[in-house]
Write a protein that binds this ligand. Sequence first.
Ligand code: AMP
Length: 450
Amino acid sequence: MAEESDEIIVQKPPFQTPKGVHDILPVDHEYHTYIKKVVRHRARQAGFRRVSTPIFEFTEVFKRSIGDTSDIVSKEMYTFQDRKGRSLTLKPEGTAGVVRSYIQNNMNQLPQPLMLYYYEPHFRYDRPQKGRYRQFWQFGFEIIGESDAALDAQIIQLAYKIYQDLGVDKVLKLQINTIGTAEARKKYVGVLQDYYTGKERSLCEDCRYRLKTNPMRLLDCKQEDCKILAQLAPIMKDYLDKESLDFHEELRGYLDEMGLKYEENPKLVRGLDYYAKTVFEFVEIEKDQVAQNALGGGGRYDGLIELMGGQPTPAVGMAAGIERIIASMKREKVRVPSKDDLHVFVAQLGNEAKRKCLPLIEKLRNAGLKTMGALGKGSINVQLKIADKFKVPYTVLIGLTEVREGNAIIRNMEKGVQETVKMEKVVSRLVKLIGEKNLDRYTPGELLYS
Ligand code: AMP
């Protein structure tokens, strides 16, 4: 007899994801696939090409571009040392990496303006809450090498078109502002600091710190007391230079021409240091006063490429938050096509039939019929129940008699009727029943045009 063990088996709790990160389950992948296709389609129409930069870069890439005093760099980066002690950071946003890549790969030699887009995960050590995660996906557009306000307008129009395609344009409003050139902004920052001096006690802790490091961020703080003070703060436009103001007027003219509705928000500053002149955001109308209300935003960053070591080169870009778009799509009950539904289940009885099934399954799949089958050893009834659970429209049944006679039975699962067909006709019959246009088939030739 085996000796009883004294050991107490402690059941460990199952693993969980770290706070603020999520699995993308199959149902959400349907949204991602759809969004990615819409973005790709609209990007191609406008002459953009896709770029992917690494998930991590040297920390300095983000510090120099986004700015030491920004919230992202000062408290939200996932920074670590590699085995040789080099400081690396998971990318918290897309533009810095794209600009690094532009310079490193001499993309200034390509026809300008260079129009690039991305669809990538990003990482910020943010306080997780609804709409704010530690890993989140963004798609974004960058136009590098042209300083015309018409391009700011085009990038806004492109983003708007995508929100429209995705069915969330109705919940959004576009807000625009100009924060002027870096030079012109200096004067305003001084005025702002003077205004807030003596009022520190009414500010939240973050804003007290920002007052020393990045005073413009005080304008878009969502804390009640800070908001009241921001309301009465001097207006940026009153301190900007003529060039910045003219540029903004031009942008407004283009937006009007395209019939795009917008609202001026003089408090819109955005959190990244590299912006100059145009800044914009698409915010949810219903959530005017809450923090996580933007579905995307961007602006002009004319000084960034030079700051990162390249030639002085103007540029404009935008990024959109995919989780927030998906949440809006769900709220708006936007349905996305599900391409994962199966067409055919193949059920068999006996080993010989199972052997015949495997090449048949392969042929059905090659013909573009989404097929599963040859599962286990259950009775035909058990297998039919599985087929029902997978909601397949057709089941192919092969038993001993069918093998002997070279036949198969095709069962219409909804109507419960079935027909016997010759084994070699099963594929063509099912293709007909499912319909050519519903097949999931591509040859490399067709792939070229998909
Ligand atoms: P930003 O570059 O911070 O303006 O981000 C652009 C867009 O990405 C925002 O408008 C949001 O839609 C989305 N986004 C930014 N940070 C997060 C986050 N922590 N979690 C989810 N989405 C985010």
